[in-house]
Design a protein. Structure first.
Length: 415
Protein backbone atom coordinates (compact mmCIF):
# COMPACT_ATOMS: atom_id res chain seq x y z
CA UNK A 1 0.00 0.00 0.00
CA UNK A 2 1.53 3.30 -1.11
CA UNK A 3 1.58 6.26 1.27
CA UNK A 4 0.50 9.44 -0.52
CA UNK A 5 0.83 12.92 0.96
CA UNK A 6 -1.79 15.41 -0.28
CA UNK A 7 -0.86 19.05 0.34
CA UNK A 8 -3.62 21.62 -0.31
CA UNK A 9 -5.04 24.48 1.74
CA UNK A 10 -8.59 23.83 0.47
CA UNK A 11 -10.31 21.33 2.78
CA UNK A 12 -12.79 20.24 0.10
CA UNK A 13 -10.02 19.22 -2.29
CA UNK A 14 -8.08 17.44 0.45
CA UNK A 15 -11.13 15.41 1.46
CA UNK A 16 -12.07 14.57 -2.13
CA UNK A 17 -8.57 13.40 -3.08
CA UNK A 18 -8.30 11.46 0.17
CA UNK A 19 -11.55 9.62 -0.52
CA UNK A 20 -10.57 8.76 -4.11
CA UNK A 21 -7.07 7.57 -3.23
CA UNK A 22 -8.26 5.58 -0.20
CA UNK A 23 -10.80 3.80 -2.43
CA UNK A 24 -7.84 2.75 -4.60
CA UNK A 25 -6.20 1.13 -1.58
CA UNK A 26 -3.62 3.81 -0.83
CA UNK A 27 -2.73 5.27 2.54
CA UNK A 28 -3.34 9.03 2.57
CA UNK A 29 -1.79 11.80 4.67
CA UNK A 30 -3.18 15.34 4.55
CA UNK A 31 -1.40 18.68 5.00
CA UNK A 32 -2.90 22.16 4.70
CA UNK A 33 0.36 24.14 4.48
CA UNK A 34 4.03 23.89 3.51
CA UNK A 35 5.01 23.67 7.18
CA UNK A 36 2.72 20.71 7.78
CA UNK A 37 4.01 19.06 4.59
CA UNK A 38 7.61 19.39 5.81
CA UNK A 39 6.79 17.71 9.11
CA UNK A 40 4.86 14.85 7.52
CA UNK A 41 7.51 14.28 4.86
CA UNK A 42 10.18 13.90 7.56
CA UNK A 43 8.05 11.77 9.89
CA UNK A 44 6.30 9.45 7.42
CA UNK A 45 8.47 9.38 4.25
CA UNK A 46 5.64 9.30 1.66
CA UNK A 47 5.90 7.36 -1.60
CA UNK A 48 4.28 10.22 -3.54
CA UNK A 49 3.38 13.87 -2.89
CA UNK A 50 0.49 15.72 -4.54
CA UNK A 51 1.50 19.34 -3.94
CA UNK A 52 -0.63 22.46 -4.45
CA UNK A 53 1.20 25.48 -5.85
CA UNK A 54 -0.75 28.19 -4.01
CA UNK A 55 -0.67 27.95 -0.22
CA UNK A 56 -0.82 30.55 2.56
CA UNK A 57 2.63 30.14 4.16
CA UNK A 58 4.91 29.11 1.28
CA UNK A 59 3.93 28.18 -2.26
CA UNK A 60 4.50 24.69 -3.62
CA UNK A 61 7.25 25.77 -6.02
CA UNK A 62 9.26 27.15 -3.07
CA UNK A 63 8.77 23.91 -1.12
CA UNK A 64 9.77 21.86 -4.17
CA UNK A 65 12.96 23.93 -4.55
CA UNK A 66 13.71 23.42 -0.85
CA UNK A 67 13.38 19.64 -1.10
CA UNK A 68 15.47 19.53 -4.28
CA UNK A 69 18.18 21.77 -2.78
CA UNK A 70 18.38 19.75 0.45
CA UNK A 71 18.58 16.38 -1.29
CA UNK A 72 15.11 15.50 0.07
CA UNK A 73 13.40 15.03 -3.30
CA UNK A 74 13.56 11.26 -2.87
CA UNK A 75 9.92 10.67 -3.85
CA UNK A 76 7.97 11.69 -6.98
CA UNK A 77 6.08 14.98 -6.67
CA UNK A 78 3.05 15.96 -8.77
CA UNK A 79 2.10 19.65 -8.68
CA UNK A 80 -1.55 20.80 -8.63
CA UNK A 81 -3.05 24.21 -9.42
CA UNK A 82 -6.17 25.87 -10.74
CA UNK A 83 -4.37 29.11 -11.53
CA UNK A 84 -1.07 27.89 -12.96
CA UNK A 85 0.38 28.67 -16.34
CA UNK A 86 2.48 26.76 -18.85
CA UNK A 87 5.52 28.62 -17.49
CA UNK A 88 4.72 27.40 -13.97
CA UNK A 89 4.41 23.81 -15.14
CA UNK A 90 7.71 24.04 -17.02
CA UNK A 91 9.45 25.51 -13.98
CA UNK A 92 8.07 22.79 -11.70
CA UNK A 93 9.27 19.97 -13.97
CA UNK A 94 12.66 21.67 -14.38
CA UNK A 95 13.07 21.71 -10.58
CA UNK A 96 12.17 18.04 -10.31
CA UNK A 97 8.37 17.58 -10.32
CA UNK A 98 7.27 14.48 -12.20
CA UNK A 99 3.98 15.87 -13.53
CA UNK A 100 1.45 18.68 -13.29
CA UNK A 101 -2.34 18.47 -12.72
CA UNK A 102 -4.76 21.28 -13.47
CA UNK A 103 -7.80 21.82 -11.24
CA UNK A 104 -10.54 20.73 -11.38
CA UNK A 105 -8.73 17.39 -11.62
CA UNK A 106 -10.44 14.74 -13.77
CA UNK A 107 -10.76 11.38 -11.99
CA UNK A 108 -9.10 9.28 -14.70
CA UNK A 109 -6.31 11.82 -15.12
CA UNK A 110 -5.64 11.73 -11.37
CA UNK A 111 -5.59 7.91 -11.17
CA UNK A 112 -3.38 7.47 -14.24
CA UNK A 113 -0.92 10.11 -12.99
CA UNK A 114 -0.73 8.52 -9.53
CA UNK A 115 -0.23 5.05 -11.04
CA UNK A 116 2.56 6.31 -13.32
CA UNK A 117 4.26 8.22 -10.51
CA UNK A 118 4.27 5.20 -8.19
CA UNK A 119 5.61 2.95 -10.96
CA UNK A 120 8.33 5.54 -11.64
CA UNK A 121 9.22 5.57 -7.96
CA UNK A 122 9.56 1.79 -7.86
CA UNK A 123 11.76 1.70 -10.96
CA UNK A 124 13.88 4.72 -10.11
CA UNK A 125 14.81 3.96 -6.52
CA UNK A 126 18.13 2.06 -6.41
CA UNK A 127 18.84 -0.41 -3.66
CA UNK A 128 20.41 1.43 -0.74
CA UNK A 129 23.47 0.03 0.96
CA UNK A 130 22.41 -1.17 4.40
CA UNK A 131 24.17 -3.05 7.16
CA UNK A 132 20.89 -4.14 8.74
CA UNK A 133 20.90 -7.63 7.22
CA UNK A 134 24.49 -7.91 5.98
CA UNK A 135 27.46 -9.48 7.67
CA UNK A 136 28.17 -12.87 9.15
CA UNK A 137 31.51 -12.00 10.73
CA UNK A 138 31.62 -11.85 14.52
CA UNK A 139 32.60 -8.13 14.70
CA UNK A 140 29.70 -7.03 12.50
CA UNK A 141 27.15 -9.31 14.18
CA UNK A 142 28.21 -8.00 17.59
CA UNK A 143 28.12 -4.41 16.35
CA UNK A 144 24.55 -4.81 15.07
CA UNK A 145 23.50 -6.17 18.45
CA UNK A 146 25.07 -3.21 20.24
CA UNK A 147 23.41 -0.77 17.83
CA UNK A 148 20.03 -2.43 18.42
CA UNK A 149 20.55 -2.06 22.16
CA UNK A 150 21.68 1.57 21.89
CA UNK A 151 18.68 2.35 19.65
CA UNK A 152 16.50 1.99 22.74
CA UNK A 153 18.33 4.87 24.48
CA UNK A 154 17.86 8.57 23.83
CA UNK A 155 21.17 9.99 25.08
CA UNK A 156 23.67 11.49 22.60
CA UNK A 157 25.94 8.89 21.02
CA UNK A 158 29.48 9.37 19.73
CA UNK A 159 30.67 6.82 17.18
CA UNK A 160 34.45 6.39 17.00
CA UNK A 161 36.57 4.75 14.36
CA UNK A 162 39.05 5.15 11.57
CA UNK A 163 38.49 7.61 8.69
CA UNK A 164 36.43 6.30 5.80
CA UNK A 165 34.05 4.19 7.86
CA UNK A 166 30.90 5.75 6.29
CA UNK A 167 29.53 6.12 9.79
CA UNK A 168 26.11 7.19 8.51
CA UNK A 169 25.42 3.55 7.56
CA UNK A 170 25.76 2.59 11.21
CA UNK A 171 23.95 5.66 12.56
CA UNK A 172 20.89 4.84 10.42
CA UNK A 173 20.52 1.54 12.28
CA UNK A 174 19.61 3.63 15.35
CA UNK A 175 16.62 5.34 13.72
CA UNK A 176 13.12 3.97 14.20
CA UNK A 177 11.28 3.06 10.96
CA UNK A 178 9.83 6.21 9.41
CA UNK A 179 11.51 8.53 11.92
CA UNK A 180 13.34 11.62 10.64
CA UNK A 181 17.07 11.25 9.98
CA UNK A 182 18.83 14.52 9.16
CA UNK A 183 22.46 14.06 8.17
CA UNK A 184 25.36 16.16 6.98
CA UNK A 185 27.60 18.90 8.30
CA UNK A 186 25.55 21.37 6.23
CA UNK A 187 22.63 21.12 8.67
CA UNK A 188 24.81 22.93 11.21
CA UNK A 189 24.87 26.00 8.98
CA UNK A 190 21.25 26.66 9.99
CA UNK A 191 21.01 25.83 13.68
CA UNK A 192 17.47 26.73 14.68
CA UNK A 193 14.45 25.46 16.56
CA UNK A 194 12.80 24.91 13.17
CA UNK A 195 15.54 22.42 12.28
CA UNK A 196 14.93 20.59 15.56
CA UNK A 197 11.19 20.59 14.85
CA UNK A 198 11.86 18.88 11.51
CA UNK A 199 13.91 16.22 13.31
CA UNK A 200 11.39 15.65 16.13
CA UNK A 201 11.37 12.04 17.24
CA UNK A 202 14.38 11.22 15.09
CA UNK A 203 18.13 11.62 14.72
CA UNK A 204 20.41 14.51 13.82
CA UNK A 205 23.66 13.00 12.57
CA UNK A 206 27.02 14.82 12.34
CA UNK A 207 29.35 12.74 10.11
CA UNK A 208 32.76 14.09 11.22
CA UNK A 209 33.34 16.31 14.24
CA UNK A 210 36.94 16.96 13.19
CA UNK A 211 35.76 18.86 10.09
CA UNK A 212 33.61 21.38 11.98
CA UNK A 213 34.75 24.97 12.10
CA UNK A 214 34.19 27.14 15.16
CA UNK A 215 30.86 28.55 13.97
CA UNK A 216 29.55 25.04 13.27
CA UNK A 217 30.71 23.88 16.70
CA UNK A 218 28.72 26.71 18.30
CA UNK A 219 25.65 25.78 16.26
CA UNK A 220 26.02 22.17 17.36
CA UNK A 221 26.20 23.34 20.98
CA UNK A 222 22.96 25.30 20.43
CA UNK A 223 21.19 22.25 18.98
CA UNK A 224 22.49 19.84 21.60
CA UNK A 225 21.27 22.03 24.45
CA UNK A 226 17.71 22.03 23.01
CA UNK A 227 17.55 18.53 21.56
CA UNK A 228 15.81 16.86 24.51
CA UNK A 229 12.76 19.10 24.47
CA UNK A 230 12.24 18.25 20.78
CA UNK A 231 12.88 14.51 21.34
CA UNK A 232 15.84 14.68 18.96
CA UNK A 233 18.83 12.41 19.45
CA UNK A 234 22.22 13.72 18.32
CA UNK A 235 24.56 11.07 16.95
CA UNK A 236 28.04 12.03 15.78
CA UNK A 237 31.23 10.44 14.51
CA UNK A 238 34.88 11.30 15.03
CA UNK A 239 38.04 9.66 13.70
CA UNK A 240 40.02 11.61 16.33
CA UNK A 241 40.03 11.17 20.09
CA UNK A 242 38.65 13.79 22.44
CA UNK A 243 42.04 15.21 23.40
CA UNK A 244 42.94 15.95 19.77
CA UNK A 245 39.54 17.53 19.09
CA UNK A 246 40.09 19.86 22.05
CA UNK A 247 43.75 20.71 21.46
CA UNK A 248 43.82 20.96 17.65
CA UNK A 249 40.24 21.80 16.74
CA UNK A 250 39.24 24.04 19.64
CA UNK A 251 36.28 21.98 20.85
CA UNK A 252 34.63 22.87 24.12
CA UNK A 253 35.36 19.95 26.51
CA UNK A 254 31.88 20.27 28.04
CA UNK A 255 30.24 19.96 24.61
CA UNK A 256 32.30 16.86 23.80
CA UNK A 257 31.37 15.35 27.17
CA UNK A 258 27.68 15.78 26.35
CA UNK A 259 28.05 14.45 22.79
CA UNK A 260 29.90 11.42 24.12
CA UNK A 261 27.51 10.53 26.94
CA UNK A 262 27.38 7.17 25.17
CA UNK A 263 30.10 6.01 22.79
CA UNK A 264 30.68 3.07 20.48
CA UNK A 265 33.74 2.00 18.51
CA UNK A 266 33.20 1.00 14.88
CA UNK A 267 35.51 -1.85 13.79
CA UNK A 268 37.73 -1.15 10.79
CA UNK A 269 36.81 -2.91 7.55
CA UNK A 270 39.84 -5.24 7.82
CA UNK A 271 38.28 -6.60 11.04
CA UNK A 272 35.24 -7.90 9.14
CA UNK A 273 37.01 -8.63 5.84
CA UNK A 274 34.98 -11.80 5.27
CA UNK A 275 31.98 -9.52 4.65
CA UNK A 276 33.76 -7.55 1.91
CA UNK A 277 32.44 -9.74 -0.97
CA UNK A 278 28.79 -9.22 -0.06
CA UNK A 279 29.34 -5.50 0.62
CA UNK A 280 31.12 -5.05 -2.71
CA UNK A 281 28.38 -6.96 -4.54
CA UNK A 282 25.68 -4.78 -3.01
CA UNK A 283 27.59 -1.60 -3.89
CA UNK A 284 27.91 -2.82 -7.48
CA UNK A 285 24.20 -3.72 -7.66
CA UNK A 286 23.40 -0.23 -6.44
CA UNK A 287 25.37 1.34 -9.32
CA UNK A 288 23.79 -0.98 -11.89
CA UNK A 289 20.24 -0.34 -10.65
CA UNK A 290 20.86 3.41 -10.67
CA UNK A 291 22.07 3.03 -14.29
CA UNK A 292 25.38 4.62 -13.31
CA UNK A 293 27.20 1.88 -15.23
CA UNK A 294 26.59 -0.97 -17.65
CA UNK A 295 25.48 -4.34 -16.20
CA UNK A 296 28.37 -5.75 -14.20
CA UNK A 297 29.08 -8.68 -11.89
CA UNK A 298 32.11 -9.85 -9.92
CA UNK A 299 33.85 -13.14 -10.60
CA UNK A 300 34.58 -15.37 -7.60
CA UNK A 301 38.28 -14.63 -7.98
CA UNK A 302 37.66 -10.88 -7.99
CA UNK A 303 35.63 -11.09 -4.79
CA UNK A 304 38.39 -13.10 -3.13
CA UNK A 305 40.96 -10.51 -4.19
CA UNK A 306 38.85 -7.75 -2.67
CA UNK A 307 38.45 -9.76 0.54
CA UNK A 308 42.22 -10.12 0.98
CA UNK A 309 43.00 -6.43 0.51
CA UNK A 310 43.88 -4.50 3.72
CA UNK A 311 41.52 -1.56 3.03
CA UNK A 312 43.36 1.26 4.86
CA UNK A 313 40.64 3.64 3.65
CA UNK A 314 37.87 1.37 4.98
CA UNK A 315 34.34 1.42 3.50
CA UNK A 316 34.92 4.70 1.63
CA UNK A 317 37.88 3.12 -0.18
CA UNK A 318 35.85 0.00 -0.97
CA UNK A 319 33.05 2.15 -2.38
CA UNK A 320 35.54 4.11 -4.51
CA UNK A 321 37.22 0.94 -5.82
CA UNK A 322 33.88 -0.69 -6.69
CA UNK A 323 32.79 2.41 -8.63
CA UNK A 324 36.13 2.51 -10.45
CA UNK A 325 35.81 -1.17 -11.39
CA UNK A 326 32.20 -0.72 -12.52
CA UNK A 327 33.13 2.10 -14.87
CA UNK A 328 36.51 0.88 -16.17
CA UNK A 329 36.08 -2.89 -16.62
CA UNK A 330 35.91 -3.92 -20.30
CA UNK A 331 33.81 -7.04 -19.77
CA UNK A 332 30.52 -7.63 -17.99
CA UNK A 333 32.30 -9.89 -15.50
CA UNK A 334 34.85 -8.02 -13.38
CA UNK A 335 37.86 -10.31 -12.97
CA UNK A 336 40.95 -10.67 -10.81
CA UNK A 337 43.08 -8.67 -13.26
CA UNK A 338 40.64 -5.75 -13.08
CA UNK A 339 40.85 -5.73 -9.29
CA UNK A 340 44.65 -5.91 -9.37
CA UNK A 341 44.84 -3.02 -11.85
CA UNK A 342 42.61 -0.73 -9.79
CA UNK A 343 44.12 -1.59 -6.41
CA UNK A 344 47.65 -1.06 -7.74
CA UNK A 345 46.68 2.36 -9.06
CA UNK A 346 45.09 3.20 -5.71
CA UNK A 347 48.23 2.19 -3.81
CA UNK A 348 50.45 4.29 -6.05
CA UNK A 349 48.20 7.29 -5.59
CA UNK A 350 48.07 7.01 -1.81
CA UNK A 351 51.70 5.99 -1.24
CA UNK A 352 53.59 8.35 1.03
CA UNK A 353 55.96 10.64 -0.90
CA UNK A 354 59.64 9.78 -0.57
CA UNK A 355 61.40 12.65 1.14
CA UNK A 356 64.97 13.55 0.11
CA UNK A 357 66.55 12.87 3.49
CA UNK A 358 70.01 12.79 1.96
CA UNK A 359 69.70 16.44 0.82
CA UNK A 360 70.64 19.54 2.86
CA UNK A 361 68.28 20.43 5.72
CA UNK A 362 66.67 23.40 3.97
CA UNK A 363 65.81 21.39 0.84
CA UNK A 364 64.50 18.44 2.87
CA UNK A 365 62.35 20.76 4.99
CA UNK A 366 60.90 22.43 1.88
CA UNK A 367 60.08 19.02 0.36
CA UNK A 368 58.34 17.98 3.57
CA UNK A 369 56.33 21.22 3.73
CA UNK A 370 55.26 20.85 0.10
CA UNK A 371 54.10 17.26 0.68
CA UNK A 372 52.38 18.29 3.94
CA UNK A 373 50.36 21.12 2.36
CA UNK A 374 49.58 19.15 -0.80
CA UNK A 375 48.04 16.47 1.42
CA UNK A 376 46.02 19.02 3.42
CA UNK A 377 44.76 20.82 0.30
CA UNK A 378 43.64 17.49 -1.19
CA UNK A 379 42.00 16.33 2.04
CA UNK A 380 40.08 19.62 2.44
CA UNK A 381 39.19 20.03 -1.27
CA UNK A 382 41.16 23.29 -1.46
CA UNK A 383 39.29 24.98 1.41
CA UNK A 384 41.71 27.59 2.76
CA UNK A 385 39.79 28.03 6.01
CA UNK A 386 40.00 24.34 6.84
CA UNK A 387 43.67 24.06 5.79
CA UNK A 388 44.52 27.07 7.97
CA UNK A 389 42.65 25.59 10.91
CA UNK A 390 44.21 22.15 10.60
CA UNK A 391 47.73 23.49 10.08
CA UNK A 392 47.42 26.09 12.86
CA UNK A 393 48.50 28.96 10.57
CA UNK A 394 46.91 32.35 10.05
CA UNK A 395 45.34 32.78 6.63
CA UNK A 396 47.81 35.46 5.49
CA UNK A 397 50.76 33.35 6.66
CA UNK A 398 49.27 30.31 4.90
CA UNK A 399 48.89 32.25 1.64
CA UNK A 400 52.53 33.33 1.72
CA UNK A 401 53.70 29.82 2.57
CA UNK A 402 51.79 28.21 -0.32
CA UNK A 403 53.04 30.79 -2.80
CA UNK A 404 56.62 30.30 -1.59
CA UNK A 405 56.26 26.55 -2.12
CA UNK A 406 54.76 27.04 -5.58
CA UNK A 407 51.43 25.51 -4.57
CA UNK A 408 48.03 26.81 -5.77
CA UNK A 409 46.04 28.87 -3.28
CA UNK A 410 42.72 27.15 -2.60
CA UNK A 411 39.15 28.41 -2.29
CA UNK A 412 38.57 31.73 -0.55
CA UNK A 413 34.79 31.83 -0.28
CA UNK A 414 34.71 30.83 3.37
CA UNK A 415 35.75 34.36 4.31
Amino acid sequence: MAQILVVDDEIGIRELLSEILADEGHGVMLADSAGAARRLREAKRPDLVLLDIWMPDADGITLLKEWAGNGQLTMPVVMMSGHGTIETAVEATRIGALDYLEKPIALQRLLSTVKRALRFQDLDAPRQLSLATLGRSAPLVELRKRLAQLAQASAPLLLRGEPGMLAELFARQLAAPGAPFLAGEEVLADASSELLARATGGILFVPDLSRLQRAEQKNLDFLQARADRHRVRIVSFSPLDTRVLIERHGFDPALLARLGELSLRLPALREFAEDVPVLASQMLAQLVEAQACLPRRFSVGALNALRHHRWPGNLAELEHVVKNLALSALEEEIGVDDVGRVLTAEERQTAAPKLPLERPYREAREAFERAYFENLLAAESGSMSRVAERSGLERTHLDRKLKALGLPVGRREEG
